[in-house]
Design a protein around this ligand. Structure first.
Ligand code: SF4
Ligand code: SF4
Length: 417
């Protein structure tokens, strides 16, 4: 299936689409929905056109990839055994790693696009090597590479390569900056799966919400490129990930259907007020019913854990106690600071992995976990990890991950294919 990108999207310095300033979900009436830099052509206030990508660190930041002292990659089953062992021993199994805090989009539910980090201010490849080795002391972990926009880093495939030696790297992207060549580099480097963000099946609505023209078309193109470039259909997964906000519950069936048509998985997580402080963008009630119905009807496409979905309304309206952040999952930011989750890297840092041992950082994370009373989010990194510790949740997710029993919905990729 071919998804054309409109030719205008390849031109720099585009003007904002008509009417994009209205209805951005927080009542400000501003282009990017968060009340800052309202007149920028692509909504992020920094005059960066998507076509200039990648704009990440002007490499090399020494040492180069070839100069790194990297060990041999482990085999898939060795990594899976180490992940299972980490899980059984109660160690962290999920790490989110913000590879950059820069972003070229201007989403209404996020403020990261305001950042302007310089290359030397963010993690180098040597930092990733150090971090990957220290994580390896815990086992082989699922490492979710996020941002910011990870594709802004020219060296993202090398970051994946470093992490894939011992771990299972996943990537989340808006789709911006993806090409077939880069997709292939990522898969060849050992990427395990890639999530592309789409929040509305209506292209104009998605672009408005993301603050960038043709965000929808670019996301579709990225999915197509990722699917085409796969090198091992047994495990390389592509999926659409959607953020549920106050005005897109009715879009969910359409998004699930879009994923089915594209032959990819679909996953959903609720918006959290932690990013912008804007309460109005929360969906209120009714999500659980809609999502459970979709899960029943399209289990092959809808990849989100059933137990996690069951608690959407409760999480958003009442909050769910007992967050596992700092225990079963944690975050590493773009300067190697570990924290219990992505929202606490500056307010409650738990040590820098450049300087401290894994044991020291882990002790600090455990202490943060013990005193944690936060119920602010039901992000997938929290919720999908948390439900693994219930038998039904484990069977739903970890089982299929470890034994790869699920097919990519395009029909390719069952175990033994
Ligand atoms: S949600 Fe993602 S794509 Fe949007 S501004 Fe934030 S980091 Fe960028
Ligand atoms: S509920 Fe947990 S994962 Fe979510 S923001 Fe709070 S501490 Fe972080």
């Amino acid at each position: 299936m071919t998804s054309p990108i409109p030719l205008e999207s390849l031109l720099p310095n585009r003007t904002a689409p008509q009417g994009i300033s209205a209805g951005n979900g927080n009542g400000t009436g501003l282009l990017n929905g968060n009340g800052l830099q309202p007149h920028h052509p692509n909504g992020n206030g920094r005059r960066i056109s998507e076509i200039d990508l990648p704009i990440g660190p002007p490499l090399p930041v020494a040492p180069s990839f070839d100069e790194l002292d990297l060990g041999s990659p482990r085999g898939m089953w060795s990594k899976k055994a180490r992940l299972l062992k980490a899980f059984l021993l109660g160690r962290p199994v999920w790490v989110t790693w913000q590879v950059t805090y820069n972003c070229n989009y201007g989403c209404s539910f996020c403020t990261y696009w305001q950042n302007d980090f310089k290359p030397h201010e963010e993690n180098s490849l040597e930092d990733f090597r150090i971090g990957a080795e220290k994580l390896s002391e815990l086992g082989s972990l699922i490492v979710s590479l996020a941002g910011g926009e990870p594709m802004l880093r020219r060296d993202i495939h090398q970051i994946v390569d470093i992490l894939a030696r011992d771990h299972f790297p996943y990537l989340t992207t808006s789709g911006s900056g993806m090409t077939t060549k880069r997709a292939r580099q990522l898969w060849e480097a050992g990427l395990w799966g890639c999530s592309v963000s789409i929040d509305y099946a209506n292209p104009d609505k998605h672009a408005e919400h993301r603050g960038v023209k043709f965000a929808f078309e670019r996301a579709l193109k990225a999915i197509e490129q990722l699917m085409e470039a796969r090198t091992d259909h047994r495990y390389q997964r592509v999926q659409i990930i959607s953020v549920l906000t106050d005005d897109n519950l009715a879009e969910m069936p359409k998004l699930c259907n879009l994923a089915r048509e594209l032959g990819v998985y679909w996953q959903v997580q609720p918006y959290s007020v932690m990013k912008t402080g804007n309460e109005k963008q929360r969906h209120l009630r009714g999500a659980t019913e809609v999502l459970m119905d979709l899960k029943e009807r399209y289990p092959e496409t809808f990849h989100t854990n059933r137990l996690y979905l069951e608690r959407f309304d409760e999480a958003v309206n009442d909050g769910i106690d007992g967050c596992i952040a700092g225990r079963a999952m944690f975050n590493i930011d773009n300067q190697m600071v570990a924290s219990k989750c992505v929202e606490f890297n500056t307010t409650e840092p738990c040590g820098n992995l450049r300087e401290l041992s894994m044991d020291e950082v882990l002790a600090s994370l455990h202490a943060a976990h013990e005193r944690n009373t936060c119920t602010a989010c039901w992000y997938s990194c929290r919720g999908e990890t948390e439900v693994l510790y219930e038998p039904r949740g484990f069977l739903n997710s970890m089982h299929s991950f470890l034994w790869q029993s699920r097919r990519q919905p395009d029909g390719k990729g069952a175990q033994g294919d």
